[in-house]
Design a binder for this molecule. Structure first.
Ligand SMILES: [Zn+2]
Length: 391
């Protein structure tokens, strides 16, 4: 990458405009499923900047997605910048900038990153720097679990409101994640027939749901040990984990229900449906052995995926990163699950999560260094310039 281009991009990123945009977004509280007002604010900012904004319900009319595009006018690939405007359901902390750091709800997760991606879009427009193709900029609700279920991203995929590759400015600055584990949250309810009854008055053969729960927990524990034997070079091994078990009212009453809740994580290339089938099989066996029935909710938050580390998106990103930081980012795995898992595992769209080195996601102390927002704006602009070339 030539130095003049880097220099132009660096000079065109407007630090104050970026801060103002991030603050304006953080100013509007947006807990998951209620991100409509924040989406409206983002649409206003884009319109005021002269971008032509589209809104689509995308399966959640309460907060239609915000979409705009920067088109070079020349045929070529589409690079998507995508972010979620919704936040976890914690008390709202208003924005403030102190010590060159942006604080407040969603400053890290992830309106700071969205503001940086938008600044990249402005820079690309000002410099008329896209060689070909276009950049699609999208923002939506319904990300954070357990309140959101990813429906807007899935609707965007169904309706074709996506790019050929996608970048997500979540709070992960290193490594460059080219793979990630899938995650499902499960809720298994073990039942027996009949009513709760005093221990000594149980009819002979009454199934014991607490013992069945214990058996299920043990089985998942043993399975977890087995899963450790198969390690993926980047993401490690799959797992099962139980974090919650509830049953019974008092010490000598036989209950009719036992609840077991936890997670199942898995490595690529396993598909979500096969993983769910295997999980259900374990539960069916425990149910048969304990003469109970087990209902399970298996909520897939995102599938496992791996993208081509030699592909066009990774190449473009690494050229951009090298221009700015002097070296490519080491490749690695994504520690969390985000919308990139859905794009990559369900639609085969290469997805890279890269954003500010911010802290405090999912806490009351989110903090994002302004310098990081500026850096991410440059990385996104340069990656688009390298990705959006004639095929
Ligand atoms: Zn996030």
């Amino acid at each position: 990458m030539n130095d003049a281009l880097l220099d132009q991009v660096a000079r065109t990123v407007d630090r104050q405009r970026l801060i103002d945009t991030a603050v304006a977004l953080v100013e509007v509280p947006s807990p998951t499923r209620s991100a409509g007002p924040a989406a409206d604010r983002l649409a206003e900012i884009l319109s005021a900047d002269g971008f032509s904004v589209q809104r689509h319900d995308a399966d959640w009319p309460q907060a239609p997605i915000v979409m705009t595009a920067l088109d070079s006018g020349r045929p070529g690939p589409t690079l998507q910048f995508d972010g979620h405007l919704d936040t976890v359901h914690l008390p709202y902390v208003p924005p403030r900038v102190e010590n060159d750091t942006l604080y407040g709800s969603s400053s890290a997760d992830m309106k700071g990153g969205i503001a940086a991606a938008l600044e990249a879009l402005r820079v690309l427009r000002t410099l008329d720097a896209l060689p070909a193709g276009r950049v699609l900029f999208t923002a939506h609700d319904h990300h954070e679990g357990p309140w959101g279920d990813g429906r807007q991203v899935r609707a965007m995929i169904r309706e074709g409101l996506v790019g050929d590759a996608v970048m997500l400015p979540e709070y992960l600055a290193s490594p460059l994640p080219v793979a990630g584990r899938g995650l499902a949250i499960f809720r298994a309810t073990i039942h027996r027939d009949g009513e709760p009854v005093h221990e000594v008055l149980r009819p002979p053969g009454t199934p014991d749901v607490v013992a069945a729960g214990a058996q299920l927990v043990n089985r998942l524990h043993s399975w977890n040990e087995e899963l450790k034997e198969n390690s993926h070079p980047l993401v490690g091994h799959g797992s099962t984990f139980v974090g919650n078990m509830q049953a019974g009212e008092i010490y000598n009453q036989s209950p009719t229900e036992c609840l077991v809740q936890g997670t199942r994580r898995w490595a690529p290339p396993s598909g979500s449906a096969a993983v769910q089938d295997e999980f259900s099989q374990h539960l069916a066996e425990v149910a048969a052995e304990t003469d109970t029935t087990i209902d399970v909710e298996f909520a897939v938050q995102g599938g496992a995926y791996q993208i081509d580390s030699d592909g066009r998106l990774v190449h473009a990103f690494q050229q951009a990163h090298t221009a700015i930081a002097g070296a490519p980012l080491p490749l690695g795995a994504k520690p969390f699950v985000d919308d990139g898992n859905i794009y990559a595992s369900e639609a085969g769209i290469p997805a890279l999560t890269h954003g500010p080195a911010a802290t405090g996601a999912h806490t009351l102390n989110e903090a994002t260094p302004v310098e990081e927002l500026v850096r991410v704006a440059k990385v996104y602009a340069l990656t688009a310039i390298k990705f959006c070339v004639e095929a």
